[in-house]
Design a protein around this ligand. Structure first.
Ligand SMILES: Cc1cc2nc3c(=O)[nH]c(=O)nc-3n(C[C@H](O)[C@H](O)[C@H](O)COP(=O)(O)OP(=O)(O)OC[C@H]3O[C@@H](n4cnc5c(N)ncnc54)[C@H](O)[C@@H]3O)c2cc1C
Length: 416
């Protein structure tokens, strides 16, 4: 069924009996043209663009749990393209452009909200670094504005501008950045891929990858073996474990990152704000809860839960920036497993094993990348070679030294 205002009205008049499942629940076939391991945002988007852009529909997405159970349903929903290095700026800008047309494209309300992303600066040196990043963005055709303190004060009235330790001097604003309802992205891509013939196989964990004479021929799963000559790995925080099944050791560390939601309040914050003197970011969801997060927990882990010291640090940052929020209660908190690459940039490309493709290394920032990641990964799998937009994101760069040390990505990952 197609979702539309008319369908809603018709449903209201006929007792809402018109709803059908958003995607099928098929049995695995013995063989497919292409398998995607991991039913997160990136895996589902890849399957969708394989079908839409390349006409490859004999595809299955293999998900060990249920759709949306990974980071795609656990992140703080921020999208932006305010990166410094050209390879990242162009790639994330492609993603932002795909977000802008996504809901029409997949016929699903993902609540894309371009409410702006404001990075605060707290010193002259930081202002210069932000000016440099903003100029790099504008040279790449991406919107960026450097705001002074008065403009920030007018835009975000609740901020403690004169905080004795970290006074706010201004900010770098990307107005086209914002938030997207995270699990709707998983559901929307799943439904759109299913409509084009892709099989979405939930509760289907990949337990082995079959390689014969340097080429992939299929996988072992908890629902039986499945043959395929093209396999794309999009397992995010579990990438190292899945790649190891094919004998690959990745330059990736897995770390926990936590997210927090407060009780719901009336509209108080209509943009995304990030703290320049600590690792902290905050926005308000459409339900009224404040959604915020900070740094990773700082130890290697595959557990989807975090520890109390980070809770304390994140709350300190929140209260330093917005003293009024100290009166709120925080409702829930959870953790996700981050696939940290050592240069802060992703890997999307081929591997030394023929027919095996890799998508990982998303650090803190893979949600915003979801559309472009799927689009580029689909191109790479369909043609056997990267698109110019992901040509720099090779696995090989960690061997050759052509790393992409991105400074707009968050904390420096190789310090963890
Ligand atoms: C707390 C938190 C906040 C974040 N905030 C932001 C943000 O504001 N903005 C932003 O851009 N990014 C953010 N991120 C990062 C972003 O969520 C991730 O980088 C991105 O979602 C990863 O891609 P994915 O959606 O495909 O991952 P996932 O949803 O994790 O998908 C990977 C899937 O692979 C499956 N899998 C693993 N092993 C196997 C196997 N053996 N067989 C089958 N399936 C398997 C997993 O079950 C999982 O569903 C945040 C992450 C967290 C945890």
């Amino acid at each position: 069924m197609r979702y539309s205002a008319l369908a809603l009205i018709r449903g209201a008049l006929t007792g809402q009996r018109h709803w059908t499942p958003a995607w099928r629940d098929p049995e695995p076939k013995p063989a497919y043209d292409t398998l995607i391991v991991g039913g997160g945002g990136h895996g589902l988007a890849t399957a969708y663009y394989l079908a839409k852009e390349h006409g490859i529909t004999n595809v299955a997405v293999l998900e060990k749990s249920h759709i949306g159970s990974g980071n795609v349903g656990r992140n703080t929903t921020i999208i932006r393209s305010n990166y410094l290095l050209p390879a990242n700026t162009h790639f994330y800008e492609k993603s932002l452009q795909l977000w802008e047309g996504l809901e029409q494209d997949i016929n699903f309300n993902a609540m894309v909200s371009q409410r702006g992303v404001l990075n605060l600066y707290h010193s002259d040196a930081q202002r210069d670094a932000y000016a440099r990043r903003g100029n790099a963005m504008r040279l790449a055709g991406v919107d960026a504005e450097l705001l002074d303190a008065a403009a920030v004060r007018a835009m975000v009235p609740g901020l403690d501008m004169e905080n004795a330790r970290f006074p706010v001097k201004g900010g770098l604003l990307q107005r086209r950045g914002g938030t997207v309802r995270h699990d709707a992205v998983a559901w929307g891509y799943a439904r759109a891929a299913d409509r084009r013939g892709v099989d979405i196989l939930q509760n289907c964990e990949v337990t082995g990858i079959d390689v014969v004479q340097g080429r992939v021929v299929g996988v072992q799963t908890t629902r039986g073996p499945i043959r395929a000559r093209r396999i794309g790995l999009a397992a995010a925080g579990n990438s190292s474990r899945v790649a190891a099944m094919a004998g690959l050791r990745l330059p990736i560390e897995s770390h926990v990152l936590q997210a927090f939601v407060s009780e719901g309040i009336k509209p108080a914050l209509d943009t995304v704000v990030t703290f320049g003197a600590g690792h902290f970011y905050i926005s308000q969801s459409d339900k009224g809860g404040l959604v915020f997060g900070g740094d990773i927990d700082g130890y290697n882990s595959y557990a989807q839960r975090g520890n109390l010291p980070v809770v304390e640090e994140v709350m300190e940052c929140a209260v330093a920036l917005f003293p009024a929020f100290s009166r709120l209660r925080y409702l829930r908190q959870w953790g996700g497993i981050m696939d940290m690459s050592m240069d802060g940039s992703p890997i999307i490309g081929t591997t030394p094993i023929e027919g095996l493709f890799l998508n990982c290394g998303w650090c803190y920032g893979g949600f915003k990348a979801t559309p472009a990641s799927g689009w580029c990964f689909a191109h790479t799998i369909a043609t056997g070679a990267p698109h110019p937009l992901n040509a720099a994101f090779t696995l090989d760069r960690f061997r050759t030294g052509a790393v992409l040390d991105e400074k707009g990505a968050g904390a420096t990952p190789n310090l963890h």
